[in-house]
Design a protein around this ligand. Structure first.
Ligand code: C5P
Ligand code: MG
Length: 161
């Protein structure tokens, strides 16, 4: 049976980076004051990476590693907003747009609560969504992964009007 073009889609993605002294910590396109940041080839923004994979996964388009190989010098220090933009283009080509996201950041330190609003605002801007459709929660790892920053993200997509 032919699939209805009007059916909604969902996608799930994850990312993790090791934390290193004196590096920048970027989450959802926002720089978070922190003694440690992501050890990464790009800016190491686990939120944008998990979201980008979730968006690709919704259409079985593989993952961001295929578009931005981490051995390619062109992508060194890459701002992850560029990755998300490219992925959103693919989503639009499929005739869809993100309608809601739900993301969890797992990080022991620093506390992220004070930055929730600015991260939500920036994600809403990047995705073209109202802030109330950008769910963002924080968890410590309870010491299970004190040297990592992780993100798990779900996205719900609707056909373009
Ligand atoms: O992981 P746990 O259940 O101990 O988290 C307790 C609270 O700490 C949660 O409300 C969460 O929003 C907050 N938190 C935070 N920044 C983190 C981790 C957790 O603000 N890096
Ligand atoms: Mg990453």
């Amino acid at each position: 049976m032919a699939e209805s073009s009007a059916s909604p889609r969902f996608g799930y993605g994850e990312d993790a980076h090791r934390l290193g002294d004196g590096l920048e910590l970027w989450l959802g396109g926002v720089r978070i004051p922190s003694e440690r940041g992501a050890v990464a080839h790009s800016d190491g923004d686990v939120v944008l990476h998990a979201l980008s994979d979730a968006l690709l996964s919704a259409f079985a388009l593989g993952d961001i590693g295929a578009y931005f190989p981490d051995h390619d010098p062109r992508w060194k220090g890459l701002e992850s907003g560029v990755i998300l933009d490219l992925v959103l283009q693919r989503v639009h080509e499929k005739g869809y747009r993100p309608a809601q996201i739900s993301a969890v950041v797992v990080l022991d330190k620093p506390r992220l609560g004070p930055y929730r609003e600015s991260i939500q605002k920036n994600l809403a801007r990047l995705l073209g969504l109202p802030e109330e459709r950008v769910g963002l929660t924080f968890k410590t790892s309870e010491g299970l992964a004190p040297d990592h920053v992780q993100c798990r993200a779900m996205v719900y997509l609707e056909p373009l009007p």
